[in-house]
Design a binder for this molecule. Structure first.
Ligand code: NAP
Length: 318
């Protein structure tokens, strides 16, 4: 098969489309003939040498794919050859084929093609597990989503709105704010012009900025609020005002999906299929695709992500 190899740490030019060995298919694996994958910020960090794949994961980048089942391992009963599926990966999505534990495989949501579903697994699993399973966002509560125009943010805005929350999102431009409002945000805050902590009181915050936003996030939480940090774009070390946490009975969580054991990923994946896929099938949550780029030109897609011009996901198609 062919796959994108990271030839050395560096800029997008280090991504090269090469002939590589086919992945081995373990007894519990599903081999997927990849129709499309999608680019995530983590892939950029991996390309730059800051985010190595977890032990046992494929060396090729790519945290999600959709396609058709080409083969199943001896122990797999849940999927069969020819099924249209999408999957959450530890790596290896920028390739013609990928082998993945069956627990991380999902059917393509009803009404979608594999190509349309390729950018859903990472956002759906990240948002569902963090905002709903960890953050326990309830109907009628307020969610603050930082980076509302991101791949993760566009999904979070739609899902929280579909499940009856008041949704506030931060964005970096008026044009992105417009787009995020169209997706269902009740309020948008341009982080370049306004201090979000002065503007919103939230029950749950989905944060991607880490240290830089820690004081503001604590201020912006209501009593009983939950801060869930999934990104460290603004640094990893910050000071926390424990007094404010005590007084408001606030909890702070920080999680990552990629390094979790297969069984934990499986619990999240099944919960996504049960709770999120019906909303996708009903059209209440839609894939937001900014661009489709041929997989062999992954460098072009990475330049696009690096530029920050995108809203939603950039797909890599075959
Ligand atoms: N922990 C996990 O398991 C997990 C899983 C998936 C993703 N993530 C994290 O989630 C984040 C989003 O991932 P992605 O792939 O969706 O990336 P992405 O599409 O490239 O989005 C990055 C976002 O950061 C926003 N941003 C930059 N500076 C900001 C600031 N000062 N305030 C608020 N927003 C700011 C940008 O907003 P504008 O474009 O509007 O300027 C952009 O929307 C990344 O940090 C990623 O590492 C974590």
């Amino acid at each position: 098969m062919r796959a994108i190899e990271i030839t050395e740490s560096g800029g997008p030019e280090v991504l090269e489309w090469h002939e590589v060995p086919d992945p081995p298919v373990g007894r519990g694996d599903v081999l997927i003939d990849v129709t499309a994958s999608a680019v995530n910020r983590a892939d950029v960090l991996q390309r730059q040498g800051f985010y190595n794949p977890p032990a046992g994961a494929s060396p090729y980048p790519g945290l999600e794919v959709a396609g058709v089942v080409a083969e199943v391992g001896a122990d797999v009963e849940q999927f069969k050859v020819g099924d249209q599926v999408c999957a959450l990966l530890g790596g290896g999505g920028y390739a013609e084929r990928v082998a993945v534990p069956w627990q991380q495989v999902m059917p393509v949501p009803d009404g979608l093609t594999p190509r349309e579903a390729a950018g859903l697994p990472e956002a759906a699993c990240t948002v569902w597990s963090n905002v709903f399973m960890v953050g326990r966002l309830r109907r009628g509560e307020t969610l603050l989503v930082h980076g509302g125009a991101s791949g993760i943010g566009t999904f979070a805005v739609q899902l929280a709105k579909a499940l009856g929350s008041h949704v506030v999102a931060t964005v970096g431009s008026a044009a992105k704010g417009e787009r995020v409002r169209e997706l269902g945000a009740d309020e948008v805050i341009n982080y370049r012009e306004e201090d979000f902590a002065e503007k919103v009181q939230a029950d749950v915050i989905l944060d991607i900025m880490g240290a830089k936003y820690l004081p503001g996030n604590i201020r912006a939480l209501r009593t009983g609020g939950r801060l869930v940090i999934i990104g460290l774009q603004g640094g990893r070390k910050g000071e926390i005002d424990l007094g404010a946490m005590l007084a408001k009975r606030i909890s702070v969580h920080a999680t990552t999906l990629r390094s979790r054991p297969v069984d934990e990923k499986g619990v999240i994946v099944r919960s996504v299929v049960d709770n999120v896929w019906p909303l996708v099938a009903a059209g209440a949550v839609r894939p937001v695709v900014y661009a489709e780029v041929p997989m062999a030109d992954a460098a072009v897609a990475h330049r696009m992500l690096d530029s920050g011009e995108h809203v939603g996901k950039i797909l890599l198609v075959r």
